[in-house]
Design a protein around this ligand. Sequence first.
Ligand SMILES: *[C@@H]1O[C@H](CO)[C@@H](O)[C@H](O)[C@H]1NC(C)=O
Ligand SMILES: *[C@@H]1O[C@H](CO)[C@@H](O)[C@H](O)[C@H]1NC(C)=O
Ligand SMILES: *[C@@H]1O[C@H](CO)[C@@H](O)[C@H](O)[C@H]1NC(C)=O
Ligand SMILES: *[C@@H]1O[C@H](CO)[C@@H](O)[C@H](O)[C@H]1NC(C)=O
Length: 289
Amino acid sequence: MKLLSLVTAMIVSAAAVPISTSSSTTGIVPGKYFDRIVIFVFENADFLRTTNNAYFGSLAERHNGVELTNFVALTHPSQPNYIGLISGSTEGSVDDDKVTIDRETIVDLLERKNISWKTYQQDYPGGCETKMRIGKYARKHNPFISFKNIQSNPERCAKIVNADVLDEDIKNDTVPQYVFYTPNMDNDGHDTGVVHAAQWFSKFLEPRLKEPTFTKNTLFVSTFDEAKHYTHVPNRVQTVLFGPDFKRPSNATTDNKTYNHYSILRTIEDNWDLDHLGLVDRIAVPFTL
Ligand SMILES: *[C@@H]1O[C@H](CO)[C@@H](O)[C@H](O)[C@H]1NC(C)=O
Ligand SMILES: *[C@@H]1O[C@H](CO)[C@@H](O)[C@H](O)[C@H]1NC(C)=O
Ligand SMILES: *[C@@H]1O[C@H](CO)[C@@H](O)[C@H](O)[C@H]1NC(C)=O
Ligand SMILES: *[C@@H]1O[C@H](CO)[C@@H](O)[C@H](O)[C@H]1NC(C)=O
């Protein structure tokens, strides 16, 4: 299966026609498919529960998107999924306990190409705070702080910010090219459920999708860390790729190819020719965009 995935990945990469991008905003590194990616990670919901929700279920059709109907999470419980999302492996994290992992992440790859990044964490106080839980903020959903080369580097740490900073960045036209947004334990559905998460997301997202400084040539990704029921095999979750200003080469509204969280990482690596981390990202299947 590994070889097959690799071959599929190569075919997809070779067949994809790059979209020419140009940007007047200084410092933007143009990508093959998009100039910015914004990732939202929600919590613990089975695929059908999410896709049957009026808001999550209509996200693709509302915003020029595609729903991935065969997207599986990496494991249970939460934290290793987040660790995998940015580092290409769950190694070093098997549960939600405090870990500090010493290896490279997407941050290293982005910085080598001068591509800006930030993670917006709801209720995070900033200042390199390493506590596991502060109010409705949970470190297990903030993978960045659990990597040694981010946690111990003040310049990098400063890019883990309270989510309220996003509105300032939208206003100032300084939203970075890689955005990882974690809603708090209520708004991501963890302590509340899909209905609350959907209410929060629609109220949060809809007005901001009208801001060109947020949406310009941007691929938005809405995903869930894991299915709610551990007995559900595969561990299928809803993921939607969308964006009002994303020039999507395909007009498919659903895609039933098998993807997982590493596909997000791999798509980013391919978009900016970032090379890879040499872990599962290397054989992961990138999205057909
Ligand atoms: C990144 O920016 C630095 C400082 O401006 C520059 O020296 C370097 O060549 C840039 N690297 C790439 C890959 O563009
Ligand atoms: C946005 O711009 C204002 C005015 O220049 C500045 O004070 C503020 O720090 C900026 N916000 C961010 C998040 O950079
Ligand atoms: C999708 O796009 C292709 C080519 O761009 C076009 O031929 C086809 O009719 C489109 N399909 C739909 C459903 O819009
Ligand atoms: C999607 O793929 C799975 C197997 O990978 C299959 O069981 C399912 O029927 C497919 N769904 C659709 C809508 O094609």
